[in-house]
Each structure stands twice: as structure tokens, then as C-alpha cells.
Design a protein around this ligand. Structure first.
Ligand SMILES: Nc1ncnc2c1ncn2[C@@H]1O[C@H](COP(=O)(O)OP(=O)(O)OP(=O)(O)O)[C@@H](O)[C@H]1O
Ligand SMILES: [Mg+2]
Length: 283
């Protein structure tokens, strides 16, 4: 068994539903990867995460984590993995630091210092705030801190930048990168294409319960874009192929003779890849 997570032929139908939510989902995740689930709302990203975290049972197919079928794991599974659910969990009557202390006690192994962890997610000055008074973004950050409290080797995060401002999102990305650099594996569902492009080693686009494409963000962007550069100037623009650009006379003349304002390579953004795969625009 190579990867830390191996999923093959995964299908799932919610009790009471007729149509399956997932059908024939397959992917492998290697140790130390940041792996992203992207895709439209309702596509099945959180359902996949809920199966991987043992929350939903009754699936078909094979889902192996750390060498063992998910259903065969017992309580020790949660000593090895950390889970940040889509809807943050906290005790409203306890302060933020009390919440982390409470969750730390649930684990047998060593846990991180709650105050240091709050500092790491940008909540140090709110340590003594009752959790009921958190804003949405604070709840998301506390949720991630809770997932990390026992230093798990696999971390599942469902929309960890939802409700965060750009600075908060930046912090979250650097936190996730640090976890990866420390050798941990991170599985993240997100609508944040910036996060996916910047910190995911690979992404899987889930569309209508199937994996539409899996790849390295840069490669997907090149595959769905074109190998060209676009020059633009007031009132005009021109596109030149990258191939032979150094010897392209027209390109050099344009650069010399036009008041060029921008030069852009034409690989797609992940948002464009998303649109091409799902037929839905993000804007
Ligand atoms: N508890 C449930 N019972 C029945 N159907 C459900 C339940 N939870 C989710 N679904 C359905 O399963 C499908 C996938 O939902 P899921 O939450 O996995 O989507 P998602 O990709 O995470 O979407 P989002 O980007 O909005 O978080 C949707 O059609 C949803 O209505
Ligand atoms: Mg979801």
C-alpha cells in the first residue's frame, strides 16, 4: 500500500435519498501531500470528507486510511487524524482556551499548548472570550486549532478559509503549509481557488459525485490554458505563442513600438479550470 489514503470505487447514498451522492470516486493521497477537493456546492466534497473521517458509514467501495479499511478502525483513528468539520464545533459557554483544553483532554497522547495554538491561528487576544461570542471567521479558526490540538498525522479540513478576511486566509494558508512541511498530510475542501493554487500539491475536482479530474494545480492550469502571452496597450492587445517567442519579430516590434501596459502568460487560473470542468462560472 503506497499512499496514506486509498479510495477506489467509492459510492454513497444518504439514507432516505434515491439518487447516490457519490459514485465511483477514486483517488490516492501520498504522505505529506496537501490534497484539495474542489467543485460546485452540493457536488459531494463534504460527503467524501465525512466518509474519510468515519462519520458516515454504509458506503460501497474501498476506503483505506493508514493501511486499514475505515470501518475497521476503532477509537484510535481519532488519535491519528484531526478533523475540522464544515460547521465549527465549540461549547458556547466556555472560553476559547477552555474549549481547547477540554478537547485536549479527550486524547491519550501528547497535545499542543492551547494558548500557543490560539496564537498560531490568530486568536491569542480572544483566548478568554466565551465561544458563543465568536464571529464566523473566529469559529473557523478555533475549529482548525481544535483539529490540530493532538498533532495528528492526517488533518481533514472542510473549508478552512470560509469567513476569513484576506489576512486571515493568508495566515491559514501558512499554517497549513507549516503542517505539511512538518510531514503531515492535509486534505482540504475549499471554494477558495487562491488557496488551492497556492498550497495544494494536487487537487481533485468533484462534480456531481464523481471525480472529474485530479492533478497538480500548475499542470491543470497549463492543460486548460494556452501556451501564449498577451500584450496589451491602450486601445489594443495581441497574443503571441510562447513557442519561438525569443525569435518572434512581431512580438519584439510590438514591445518596441507600442506603449505596452501588461504582459500576461495565458495559462488558465484554477477558476477557469473549474468553469471548464463544471460549466459554472465563479463570478
Ligand atoms: N444529511 C444529508 N442527508 C441527505 N442528503 C444530504 C445530506 N448531506 C448532504 N446531502 C446531499 O448530498 C449532496 C452533496 O452534499 P455535500 O455536503 O457533500 O456537498 P459539498 O460538495 O460539500 O457542497 P458545499 O460546497 O456546498 O459544501 C447534496 O446534494 C446534498 O443535498
Ligand atoms: Mg461542503
Amino acid at each position: 500500500m503506497s499512499g496514506v489514503i486509498a479510495v477506489a470505487g467509492l459510492g454513497f447514498t444518504y439514507p432516505g435519498n434515491v439518487a447516490p451522492t457519490l459514485h465511483d470516486v477514486a483517488f490516492n493521497i501520498s504522505p505529506g501531500e496537501v490534497f484539495g477537493f474542489l467543485g460546485p456546492s452540493g457536488a459531494g466534497k463534504s460527503t467524501t470528507q465525512r466518509i474519510l473521517t468515519g462519520l458516515l458509514t454504509g458506503y460501497t467501495g474501498k476506503v483505506t486510511v493508514l493501511g486499514r479499511e475505515i470501518g475497521a478502525w476503532g477509537r484510535d483513528y481519532y488519535e491519528r487524524v484531526g478533523v475540522g468539520f464544515e460547521s465549527p464545533i465549540a461549547f458556547g459557554g466556555l472560553t476559547l482556551v477552555e474549549n481547547l483544553r477540554y478537547f485536549a483532554h479527550l486524547y491519550r497522547g501528547p497535545t499542543r499548548n492551547p494558548l500557543e495554538l490560539l496564537e498560531r491561528v490568530g486568536l491569542a487576544s480572544d483566548a478568554n472570550l466565551p465561544a458563543a461570542r465568536m464571529s464566523k471567521g473566529m469559529g473557523v479558526r478555533l475549529n482548525v486549532a481544535r483539529a490540530l490540538i493532538h498533532t495528528p498525522e492526517i488533518i481533514f479540513l472542510d473549508e478552512p478559509t470560509s469567513g476569513l478576511d484576506p489576512v486571515g486566509a493568508e495566515h491559514m494558508m501558512s499554517l497549513i503549509s507549516d503542517e505539511r512541511n512538518a510531514g503531515r498530510t492535509v486534505i482540504v475542501s475549499t471554494h477558495d481557488m487562491g488557496l488551492a493554487e497556492r498550497i495544494c500539491d494536487r487537487v481533485a475536482f468533484i462534480v456531481e459525485g464523481c471525480v472529474a479530474q485530479i492533478g497538480v494545480p500548475d499542470q491543470l492550469r497549463r492543460q486548460h490554458g494556452s501556451a501564449a502571452v498577451r500584450l496589451s496597450w491602450p486601445g489594443g492587445q495581441a497574443v503571441f505563442p510562447l513557442m519561438g517567442l525569443a525569435d518572434n519579430r512581431e512580438f519584439h516590434e510590438t514591445l518596441r513600438n507600442k506603449p505596452v501596459q501588461s504582459i500576461h502568460s495565458q495559462e488558465a487560473g484554477l477558476a477557469d479550470v473549474f468553469t471548464q470542468l463544471t460549466g459554472r462560472s465563479l463570478t
